[in-house]
Design a protein around this ligand. Structure first.
Ligand SMILES: [Zn+2]
Length: 305
């Protein structure tokens, strides 16, 4: 047994099903989670609802967590989790939070972060905060594996470099036509912009994936999870060396305290396989996607339309 805490990280683009996966895995007794520990998409905290349905300021779980964090001397509040790497202005913070790039940049980043005092980068302090909170969540939920559904690559990179956890990663992808359709729908970008955004996101996630040992990674497609949830979740449990779930494909968001985007409050308690892109994208959209992102999408395992 390793003395380090076990951390399960979801590495994925936005709108790829990470919240659904979080809900499904959170049902397991061994898994403790609050969804996205980076907590960057809360908006107005006074109006923010926990997935349990309560305003977060009135949620009993979050109030116990805040109390524990305060008792342990952490600088933590619902307004400021203190869990984001490079959450400031200036060049150093930009380097800290930059998406994962090629080896040249990563060698330079790693050298720079070793050179600079932690008071300038904040990396070790943010790691300590994430570590302390992950232990409190595991304690409160009585789980041994902490699941962070934060998705982004730079955060995973800092976790790995800290050496503080025994880390496993679920690398989750979804058909780029589905993701781009969601970007247009929810983020107000045009379809060209959505294709650019998706290509950049997947390219940098692939770089991060390339840095990971295969035995630490479970590769998962959103579509496979929706088509055969019981089977996929059983596989994930075996890979994590934990008992398989009963009734794996059903879940109750209300019994969990999960953070993330506001969409997590919709579609709760059942798997809704979202393939709206098949109807929403125009033939021109599909041609544009094929031309600019088709090869990348096919490399993830998706067939051209
Ligand atoms: Zn709650």
């Amino acid at each position: 047994m390793s003395e380090r805490g076990q951390l399960l990280y979801i590495l994925a683009p936005s709108y790829s099903g990470s919240t659904l996966l979080t809900y499904l895995l959170a049902q397991h007794d061994a898994i403790a989670t609050v969804g996205e520990l980076k907590a960057t998409r809360m908006g107005d905290i006074d109006a923010y609802r926990c997935s349990c349905g309560e305003l977060i300021r009135e949620c009993e779980f979050w109030s116990r967590l805040t109390q524990r964090a305060t008792d342990e001397g952490l600088d933590f509040s619902l307004d400021e989790f203190g869990t984001v790497y490079g959450n400031g202005t200036g060049f150093v913070n930009k380097v800290v939070r930059a998406l994962v790039r090629g080896p040249l940049f990563e060698t330079a980043r790693s050298a720079l972060l070793k050179l600079l005092p932690d008071s300038m980068t904040g990396v070790r302090a943010v790691t300590r905060q994430n570590l302390a909170l992950s232990k409190i969540v595991c304690d409160l939920q009585n789980g041994s594996i902490f699941l962070d559904g934060s998705k982004d690559s730079a955060r995973l990179l800092h976790y790995l470099q800290s050496g503080e956890w025994d880390i496993k990663v679920i690398y989750l992808q979804r058909d780029g036509r589905g993701v781009t359709n969601s970007y247009v729908k929810h983020d107000g970008v045009d379809y060209d912009g959505a294709i650019d955004y998706w290509r950049r996101a997947v390219t940098e996630l692939q770089r991060m994936r390339g840095r990971l040992d295969d035995n630490r990674v479970y590769d998962l497609l959103y579509e496979d999870l929706c088509r055969e949830p019981e089977q996929k979740l059983a596989e994930i449990c075996r890979w994590l060396n934990i008992d398989e779930l009963d009734h794996a494909a059903t879940f109750s968001a209300e019994s969990q305290h999960v953070l993330g985007n506001s969409m997590r409050l919709n579609n709760v308690s059942e798997i809704r396989f979202d393939e709206a892109w098949r109807k929403k994208l125009t033939p021109q959209n599909l041609r544009d996607f094929e031309e600019r992102a088709g090869a990348l999408n096919q490399s993830l395992g998706y067939k051209a339309a």
